[in-house]
Design a protein around this ligand. Structure first.
Ligand SMILES: NC(=O)c1ccc[n+]([C@@H]2O[C@H](COP(=O)([O-])OP(=O)(O)OC[C@H]3O[C@@H](n4cnc5c(N)ncnc54)[C@H](OP(=O)(O)O)[C@@H]3O)[C@@H](O)[C@H]2O)c1
Length: 323
């Protein structure tokens, strides 16, 4: 496993980040422990969780597993989504961010969070308040690096501009969704991150299991049991792409899960795809992504199996016309 710099921080992280969203949900504590051991043996030092994953159980289990080697690891968690029925038990305002961070620290059993993501853009809170909230938790020593997930490029750039104007700690990492059938990030987010030297750790590199090809064979998983995932991957064309993609992999002797992760990781803006699994059997395929020889030619061939998102501005077609 190679290591890479995380944004402009000087910190080195493994080329894969392990996402622990299944801990305490699809994976019980024993299986979580086996997966933890497998990723550590493979050289992963970078972990992603969130305060909302399985009502805090993901953070609690991860907290127990990291005991004894906490300082060797880079731990990222997130806040924003509701943590209870109270109207203020959510959001990215200063009050809730401080409360959420303190609760995450307790569950993780640590005294600092290495990377804190605002899980989504908070439409109720002005961006400068959100950035001040991140600055508060950084100054108090509870968080090292501020980050955002699921934010658009303009929102992120605006946030960085506010931070730079105030000489506040800068956003160092973004966490967009990115895979062969969800390529919106290519248009604005990835170029924005590259231009700013911001690290990128995309989630769902395997399209939450779709790119394994199992749904063409009546396989079971999140896309059939979870309404949110059914909606996210609800378009027929995505299933068609998945079928063509898995056929391509078979013809070329490639494993579809390993190759899907390697395809995401090979984008020049990407620091480390976040891999996920419900058991060690699934996990080994994502871990094997580091052995896939993803040349630029292979990456283009795979991209051509899917839909290229429209460019961010009109008139690009005119560039081909002589003036
Ligand atoms: N910031 C955010 O909003 C956000 C959102 C989502 C995830 N994340 C983070 O990103 C991490 C990874 O996301 P993800 O789990 O969606 O990543 P992913 O790698 O796209 O999907 C992993 C899922 O695909 C299926 N799968 C994996 N290997 C397989 C195999 N060999 N054969 C068949 N199915 C296989 C399993 O789901 P099934 O068993 O259900 O099929 C597995 O849980 C999460 O743990 C979390 O940390 C963040």
């Amino acid at each position: 496993m190679k290591t890479k710099p995380l944004g402009r921080t000087g910190l080195m992280v493994s080329e894969l980040c392990f996402g622990t969203m299944s801990f305490g949900g699809d994976a019980d504590e024993a299986m979580a422990g086996q997966m933890y051991k497998a990723v550590r043996n493979a050289g992963v030092n970078f972990f992603d969780t969130a305060n909302e994953y399985n009502k805090g159980r993901s953070e609690e289990i991860l907290g127990r597993l990291i005991k004894g080697e906490r300082d060797d690891l880079v731990i990222a968690t997130k806040c924003f989504n509701p943590t209870g029925p109270d109207i203020n038990a959510r959001g990215a305002n200063r009050r809730h961010v401080v409360q959420a961070v303190e609760a995450s620290l307790r569950r993780l059993g640590t005294d600092r969070i290495d990377v804190l993501f605002l899980h989504r853009f908070d439409t109720r809170t002005p961006i400068d308040e959100m950035m001040r909230a991140l600055e508060d938790v950084v100054r108090s020593g509870k968080v090292i690096y501020p980050a955002v997930s699921n934010w658009s490029a303009w929102q992120t750039q605006h946030a960085v501009d506010i931070q730079e104007r105030n000489t506040w700690a800068r956003l160092q990492v973004v966490q967009p969704m990115y895979n062969l059938v969800k390529r919106q990030a290519e248009v604005e987010i990835l170029p924005m991150a590259e231009a700013n030297g911001i690290g990128v750790i995309p989630y769902s590199p395997g399209a939450a299991g779709l790119l394994s090809g199992k749904y063409a064979k009546q396989g079971s998983g999140r896309l059939k049991t979870n309404k949110m995932y059914e909606a996210r991957y609800g378009d027929a064309w995505m299933f068609e792409v998945a079928e063509e993609y898995t056929a391509f992999c078979q013809e070329n002797g490639l494993h579809p899960v390993s190759t899907a992760v390697a395809w995401v990781g090979a984008h020049p803006a990407v620091t480390a795809p976040i891999i996920g699994a419900r058991n060690t059997d699934q996990l080994k395929d994502s871990l094997a992504s580091v052995d896939v020889a993803m040349t630029p030619e292979l990456r283009t061939k795979i991209a051509d199996l899917s839909r290229t998102p429209a460019p961010a501005t009109d008139r690009s077609e005119e560039l081909k016309v002589a003036r």
